[in-house]
Design a protein. Structure first.
Length: 203
């Protein structure tokens, strides 16, 4: 009883794996390249629903080397994949672990305040602070339902910025109160009015 090798990439099936194993035994470099090109086309026929984009063509090229255990010696339109590069672990993402002073506003507000503190142009910094203040007001209204006035917003920004802002927050006019929508003028009702021709007849 013969034991077949386990499938390396199941989406291409065992026949492709056998073809690749045969290609590894071909010594003629030109003939080997022809076999590889034909095999790549056959791999594409096995996935007709996938768009023939450049990304997919490169993925198919890489899959061929995976099936060949990276032992295939052939040149192509893409760089040769290597086993070392395939098993290299990605660099882990770094996350900030420092506590957030105002969790309900999120870390993004703190980052915006820090960016504002780094601005050297006082006029630009003032505009940035006003934008942050409006953002804090909207967040407090949306999530906390707090009636936060501009003095409270200034206090929050000052604490987050650790008082490193060059602009004087007390001099900034922050219109944090929502403006009432203009009321539509109602047309006078004609109900109960006496027509003009009736008035004329009664005189």
């Amino acid at each position: 009883m013969t034991h077949e090798k386990p499938l390396i990439l199941r989406e291409y099936g065992r026949n492709i794996q056998k073809i690749v194993a045969h290609i590894l035994t071909v010594e003629d470099k030109v003939q080997r390249k022809r076999y590889v090109e034909a095999t790549l086309k056959l791999m594409g026929l096995l996935s007709p629903y996938v768009k023939q984009s450049a990304e997919y063509l490169q993925k198919r090229w890489s899959d061929l080397f995976v099936i060949a255990d990276y032992k295939l010696d052939v040149e192509g339109a893409y760089p040769k994949p290597t086993k070392e590069r395939a098993i290299t672990k990605p660099i882990p993402l770094t996350y900030q672990t420092s506590p957030v002073k105002y969790r309900h506003y999120g870390r993004h507000v703190e980052l915006l305040v820090q960016k504002a503190a780094a601005l050297t142009d006082v006029v630009e910094q003032e505009r940035f602070v006003v934008m942050i203040a409006k953002l804090i007001k909207n967040l407090s209204t949306t999530w906390n339902r707090d009636n936060l006035d501009y003095k409270g917003i200034r206090a929050i920004i000052q604490e987050i910025a650790d008082r490193k802002l060059a602009v004087d927050l007390e001099k900034i006019k922050i219109d944090s109160a929502p403006q009432p929508a203009p009321r539509a003028r109602s047309k006078p009702s004609r109900k109960g009015r006496i027509p003009s021709h009736v008035k004329a007849e009664s005189v």
